[in-house]
Design a protein around this ligand. Sequence first.
Ligand code: NOJ
Length: 498
Amino acid sequence: MNYVSVVVSGILISGCWCSVSNEVKFPTWFKFGAATSAYQIEGGWNASDKGVSIWDTNVHIRPDTMVNAATGDVACDSYHLWRRDIEMAEELGLDVYRFSISWTRLLPNGFANYISEDGKRYYNNLIDGLLEKGIEPVVTLYHADLPQILQDLGGWANPLIADWFSDYARIAFTLFGDRVKTWLTLNEAFIICDCGYEKCQTPLINDTLVGKRLCNKNTLIAHAKAWRMYDEEFKPKYNGKVSITSLFLWFEPATPEDKEVTDLLIDYWESRYTYPIYSKEGGWPPVLEKFLADKGKHDDSASILPFTAEEIQFIRGTYDFYALNHYTTRMIRKAQPGEKIGPWPLYGSELLGVQFLSDPTWEHAGADWFAIYPEGLRKQLHWLNQTYGVNEIMITENGYLDLDKHLDDWARLKYLKDHMEQVQLAISDGLNVTGYISWALMDNLEWFGGYSASFGLYSVDFSDPNRTRTPRQSARYYSRVTRTRSLHHTLDGLNYLK
Ligand code: NOJ
């Protein structure tokens, strides 16, 4: 008996499912999903004619990058086991599955002059297999794995990246656009740039003064170029949607006096990558721009690259919906003059003079930085609605980190349930939140944490050559939510919540 039938018989025996009368249902148009990314699951790093990405290079020349010298050489082996991935998506009852295309699997040279037949076949199989099961593909074009050859030419710090990226995007839209209707250009540009040039994501370069700022601007232009190209050349025949995924921690002021600096920090983390796209006027967020300009007179680390008027217009409005990755919240307090920043210094701590804190009442997931405050998600959705008035928000990632990897993952189940509840509340507040995509479909290669960290609804046995996947309690619960479109506050008989 597979686990779906176990769940189904559980319902029949307990008979509780239909008897819960006061359950709030998600609207029928709401989409449930799960997500992964190419380097984190595919393996097959040098299969066929695949080219080398910056993550391939990095794990091979610096094995100490990941816990236990982990690599993505095999990962979940989804390069071979994609049929099982589709089966899992079906078991979960997903409406959508979000995955990313490996740029070097499709275009081994990084440039669009040579398309891999094998890469084409792989993604066609995956897309067709999902559609056969009635599951919609949501495809990310770039998720951390730049072709090494493009990195050697400067990567995201080279303005030509906008052309290289849109050439790649055009190939993907041409090959798969008849069947893929939801595209995400870049995953978390904040991480690509602020982290990538502060040595905590590839390309692991330490260049906070120049590289980071070039990258910030170039990712925005690259995204806009791909969006405009889709809008002009593909939208008329395929009528799909394109957006960019933003990472956004929610920041809560510790006291009313900390509100101003908290708003500035939101500008620094979020608006530096979103205001140019979603605001009515475009360009950098004005309060932050002024702060950086003033501070930059005597502090180089405060600079920001200017936009031309033409660039502002080019980037402004290049979205069809807002794609949000949300995991956690921080309490923000203004640092006292001379106070040491800690215990969790994050980007912007020194520059803006802020302390990142957790509220003593908040629980934590598998790491002390991962504070759990589900209400933060609803507040953030409201902030997005008020600030940008976006027509539609899709949650493209939300998930729970643990290190013990148990199948009985009650804490993950509760985290998912509590966050989905906040989504329901936001919808009943009148916000147009159209989907919730859980990170991740299965355990995978977590950046730097390797295989020691787990986010999966399914566990994966990484010591087994078959990379056997097994559903956790959270998967069982999620499959019930997707089928009934309800969170089941009363989980009688099924003992889902301890
Ligand atoms: C966001 C990233 O998109 C994903 O690649 C990563 O694994 C998760 N966060 C968890 O850290």
